[in-house]
Ligand binder design. Structure first.
Ligand SMILES: [Zn+2]
Length: 334
């Protein structure tokens, strides 16, 4: 009986060591590994996962320093092709960041790639194989930057790829939208019409005469009111920057806030479209209560092409309050 158990035990160990353990892939990492294989396939490469391991571990360290991931390959003196991903980094990452992390480690483990810390002419990473202190490899692309993602994945599988056109700086610096509220025409429409919210051109408070846009709430119930408009932008080069600026004054906003939400589409080479969204929050200070204050926000590396930019103001407040905006401007630069 005892011997039987021992044999059985041995068998399990054997099965475990020649089967599962050798190509153990954590289920959380599996979809990203499959995505990697798909992207490889699109580019004419095929890889076998037979001898690949992928672990999600409570802690990953290199020479005593905690890091987000490690990739092992025989080329670097390791016996296995394996990736280790740190659980904490994983939990705090969005989809694009997880993809970059797994693709980077597979770059070591499956593609035998070493680090490449070069920069593109516009200062962005040349490769997601960037050594990435403090996880700045994540800055390579975000969820909606599909064109950038195309480039970085092309580069991952083809290290000698040409420097992309979009990374070459162009001398662009032009204002493509302004609204100083002098035409007496309200371009901003309420997306949440309510008897307790109003929009008007106010000629008593302005940064530049004759008027400013006043957004207000007349009730003392906590609510969010939104106003928006679409701004058409002529075709732009991939990875241009947009800076939005405006002057804002607040009145009895209290612990409420004004959010400026900006969204626009991004389309990749395969015609897949995503929506990029940015949010900036303005809160009341002694200065904004007293007079108009200048605010500016920059959207970096905006996807290319012609696009409709949706700009929305969302006023959230639990008291009778008003926000004044004047001289809104959008500037394209590179
Ligand atoms: Zn690395």
């Amino acid at each position: 009986m005892y011997q039987k158990h021992l044999i059985f035990g041995l068998l399990i160990v054997l099965v475990f060591s020649c089967g599962k353990e050798e190509n153990f892939i954590d289920p959380a990492l599996q979809p990203y590994i499959e995505r990697f294989l798909e992207e490889a396939n699109k580019r004419g490469h095929t890889f076998s996962l037979d001898d690949v391991q992928a672990f999600l571990l409570p802690q990953v360290a290199d020479e005593g320093i905690r890091i987000c991931g490690l990739g092992y390959a025989p080329k670097f003196g390791d016996k296995v092709r394996r990736i280790d991903i740190d659980q904490l980094c994983w939990e705090f990452s969005n989809d694009a960041e997880r993809e970059i992390l797994v693709f980077h480690e597979l770059g070591h483990a499956l593609l035998d790639r070493t680090h490449n810390d070069w920069k593109l002419p516009n200062g962005r990473n040349r490769s997601i194989m960037f050594a990435g202190e403090f996880c700045d490899i994540y800055a390579s692309y975000q969820d909606c930057q599909l064109e950038l993602r195309d480039y970085y994945i092309d580069e991952l599988f083809n290290e000698g790829i040409l420097i992309p056109e979009w990374s070459k700086r162009q001398k662009i610096d032009r204002v493509f939208f302004t609204d100083d509220f002098s035409l007496g025409r309200l371009g901003w429409t309420s997306s949440t019409p309510s008897p307790t919210a109003s929009t008007q051109l106010d000629t008593t408070q302005f940064f530049s005469p004759p008027a400013a846009l006043q957004l207000s709430q007349t009730s003392s119930q906590k609510m969010t009111h939104t106003w928006s408009r679409t701004i058409a932008l002529f075709p732009i080069k991939i990875c241009s920057n947009i800076t939005i600026s405006t002057n804002i004054k607040t009145q009895s906003l209290g612990d409420g806030q004004l959010d400026i939400l900006i969204s626009y589409p991004s389309t990749n080479g395969e015609g897949i479209t995503a929506t990029c969204e940015h949010q900036f929050t303005v809160e009341e200070t002694v200065a904004t209560q007293k007079d108009f204050q200048y605010f500016e926000f920059t959207l970096r590396c905006v996807p290319g092409g012609k696009k409709d930019i949706e700009v929305q103001f969302a006023l959230t407040t639990s008291q009778k309050s008003a926000v004044y905006l004047d001289d809104i401007s959008m500037r394209l630069w590179d």
